[in-house]
Design a protein. Structure first.
Length: 268
């Protein structure tokens, strides 16, 4: 994880452009995003705390309604202004690596599948902790290491066969074991990290690629090969994923972290 904080793994301009474009198509993957958001927001049932003001980080229009249904006021932010506006309420365009919110602004932060394109994840977590009031809660989910592993392998194998080399075409995902440590180093108390596997199944092997693009999850690795790939690359890789029943199984390893802002400052 140190490499992710010290180097620019991701092209943030590409991330923003992908999310701007996906504001028109993200409704196509509403069910998957809704399921992940509900699993995260349901964690609020595990606490007796009550929350008044929440920050929704990159919720793509599905998180804010879930929070408002619980009587919580919500401000949404996203790297893309158009994506942030899908919130249906107060929203701002904001870089997760340079958040524009003052200290003690919220008592809850929810980041559903939205922080895995951040270069300085430790720094972003520190900023989110500072934006929380004492005792405030962070709920965040990530596609964890192992997500899309079969697709990554299939693309690498297909490209090696075709060209003798392969570039990164699937984002590197964080290891769950690292996330709890990052939360602790960012100053959160009682950090907890866990993971659950969500299995999706596609009848059309190309649907997976279309949905990743529709969600704004196109490749934004800084060292990606920006040349147009061979026309047969993605079809070849997708067909390699088809199982005996003619379907493409895909695993989303949903890593979730929770943590509280300290109730007292170090000086207090």
């Amino acid at each position: 994880m140190h490499a992710m904080s010290e180097h620019h793994v991701f092209d943030r301009r590409a991330v923003r452009l992908h999310r701007e474009r996906a504001a028109d198509t993200v409704h196509q993957v509403h069910d998957v995003l809704q399921d992940a958001a509900e699993r995260l927001v349901d964690r609020l049932d595990d606490t007796t705390l009550r929350f008044g003001q929440a920050l929704d980080v990159g919720g793509r229009g599905v998180v804010a309604p879930l929070l408002r249904a619980r009587g919580i006021d919500v401000v949404s932010c996203d790297l893309s202004a158009r994506m942030a506006a899908l919130n249906g309420g107060p929203a701002v365009a904001a870089d997760e690596e340079r958040l524009p919110f003052g200290p003690d602004s919220f008592d809850l932060v929810v980041a559903s599948l939205s922080l895995h394109w951040v270069n300085d994840l430790p720094g972003a977590l520190i900023q989110l902790r500072l934006a929380l009031r004492p005792g405030g809660l962070l709920l965040a989910s990530f596609p964890a290491l192992g997500t899309l592993a079969a697709l990554r392998s299939a693309l690498t194998a297909a490209e090696m066969d075709m060209t003798g080399g392969a570039g990164p075409r699937v984002s590197p995902f964080p290891d769950l074991r690292d996330l709890a440590g990052l939360m602790q180093r960012a100053g959160f108390e009682l950090p907890v990290a866990d993971v659950e596997d969500i299995t999706l199944s596609y009848a059309d092997p190309f649907r997976l690629l279309l949905e990743l693009r529709a969600a704004g999850e196109a490749n934004a690795v800084a060292l990606r090969d920006q040349r147009t790939p061979r026309q047969s690359l993605f079809p070849t890789a997708c067909m390699a994923l088809v199982d005996d029943e003619g379907r493409v199984p895909v695993t989303l390893r949903l890593g979730t972290v929770t943590g509280f802002a300290p109730r007292m400052s170090a000086a207090g």
